[in-house]
Design a protein around this ligand. Structure first.
Ligand code: NAP
Length: 284
């Protein structure tokens, strides 16, 4: 039987730990503060920023949203990020995507000081992660995948892990976290030959391609843990689908995350955890 992993329950458990950490910091006179820079009116981004604000409020974390509007210039965005990076009252910073088309990708993120880069957006953070250097955060999504695998008791050391997707937001940092847990990691992408055959080698399979139902029965080794990061809009009524065709892997996988209700809620809580950790690190 395939278990459907309850991402909301895992998120709640992470949230409880973060709440305790925040209470301990508050007792020492420190309230973690997350700054969210927004330069878009994209509905998905607006929804996510609201969810971040609500989670922060529930956990006692300060959340300041700086909405520059969808016409913001690159100079306004980078200037604000640099200012927040040197503001001692701010502990975590995220720059919500998408950014206005005129802002070169990566330029904004480079202004976020790695110690405050709680969503691992600065390429320097990814480099530090790759080098195994302390002091950098992985993206919240990659941390969520690792958290779910840990929570599920996945044995990673010495075992095969396959990550489908090589973006800097999900695929690469996830692969690095699994490598750090001594898994033997393969990264697949759109040019991978025999995707199903490669995926079938995985004890832990992470799907992060953004292609609905890409991963089916032919891709899953019996007993594998399957983490579905993909979220794609489907239909006209606001529905979403993951990368995994859950119906066809049921009975083959040991467990699979649902979409929605799997990786998403855990990602938001990882962002909170990173913010509390950043506040503690900055306070020395
Ligand atoms: P992305 O930047 O578009 O990257 C997608 C990756 O998938 C690319 O590396 C691409 O390969 C690969 N790919 C695409 N089609 C493929 C195929 N047919 N076979 C094998 N590989 C294929 O997307 P992303 O930002 O990583 O996000 C991936 C998915 O996760 C999206 O659905 C996104 O909405 C979702 N997401 C979820 C969360 C969450 O918290 N739950 C957070 C972030 C993203 P190439 O490099 O060769 O093009």
């Amino acid at each position: 039987m395939t278990r459907i992993i309850d991402g909301k329950a895992i998120a709640a458990a992470v949230g409880n730990r973060v709440r305790e950490d925040v209470a301990a910091l508050a007792a020492a006179g420190l309230t973690p503060v997350l700054a969210v820079v927004v330069a878009t009116d994209d509905p998905g981004a607006t929804w996510y920023v609201r969810a971040i604000g609500a989670a922060a409020r529930r956990l006692g974390i300060g959340c300041h949203v700086h909405d520059l509007g969808p016409a913001a210039s690159a100079a306004a965005i980078t200037g604000l990020l640099a200012e927040l990076s040197s503001d001692g009252r701010v502990h975590g910073i995220i720059c919500q995507t998408p950014l206005p088309p005129a802002v070169p990708p990566g330029l904004a993120a480079q202004q976020i000081a790695p110690i405050k880069d709680v969503d691992g957006a600065n390429p320097q953070s990814l480099g530090m992660l790759a080098a195994g250097m302390p002091g950098a955060f992985p993206t919240a999504t990659a941390a969520a995948v690792a958290e779910i695998l840990d929570h599920e008791g996945a044995v990673l050391e010495g075992r095969r892990a396959v990550v489908v997707g090589r973006s800097t937001v999900v695929g690469k940092p996830t692969a690095l976290l699994l490598l750090a847990r001594n898994a033997t990691v393969t990264i697949c992408h759109s040019r991978t030959e025999d995707l199903a055959g490669v995926c079938r080698e995985a004890d832990s399979l992470v799907a992060a391609a953004g292609r609905p139902k890409l991963i089916g029965a032919a891709h899953v080794r019996p007993g594998a843990l399957v983490i579905d990061v993909g979220i794609s809009s489907v239909g006209t009524t606001g529905g979403v689908a993951g990368d995994v065709d859950t119906g066809t892997v049921t009975g083959i996988a040991a467990a699979v995350t649902p979409v929605p209700g799997g990786v998403g809620p855990v990602t938001t809580m990882q962002l909170m955890r990173h913010t509390a950790d950043a506040a503690r690190d900055l306070a020395g």
